[in-house]
Design a protein around this ligand. Sequence first.
Ligand code: DGP
Length: 118
Amino acid sequence: MSECIFCQIADKEMDAAVVYEDDAVMAFDDIMPQAPVHTLIIPKEHHAHIGDAVSAETLLALFAAVPKVAEIKGVAESGYRVIVNNGDDAAQTVGHLHVHVMGGRQMAHGMVRFSDET
Ligand code: DGP
């Protein structure tokens, strides 16, 4: 079994609330949601970061899934935020490339908070 939890989810070795799946990607609800809708989309192939030789095909599949997930989760019309935390300074905590789709509530302008700010 892979040590990567998102690989385990992609391989169906670990449970997740799956929202969408195709040959290349899987989308499932975040276990610690930070918005009423908070779904993660992962490539089934393991890549830690966006720069790790991810093929254009995989990147396309990842982002093509975004509006599908938004539609399924009911935020296509209201709007949603799409975030990729990439690497340490971005506070990426799971080392398997993933896209956050977040919505369901009006967000404030601005999207960056630094760790030395209160
Ligand atoms: P990031 O900081 O961008 O690496 O976000 C990782 C997200 O993954 C974080 O919001 C929590 C979520 N997460 C971590 N472990 C699990 C898990 O086992 N299942 C699910 N569904 N989400 C997880």
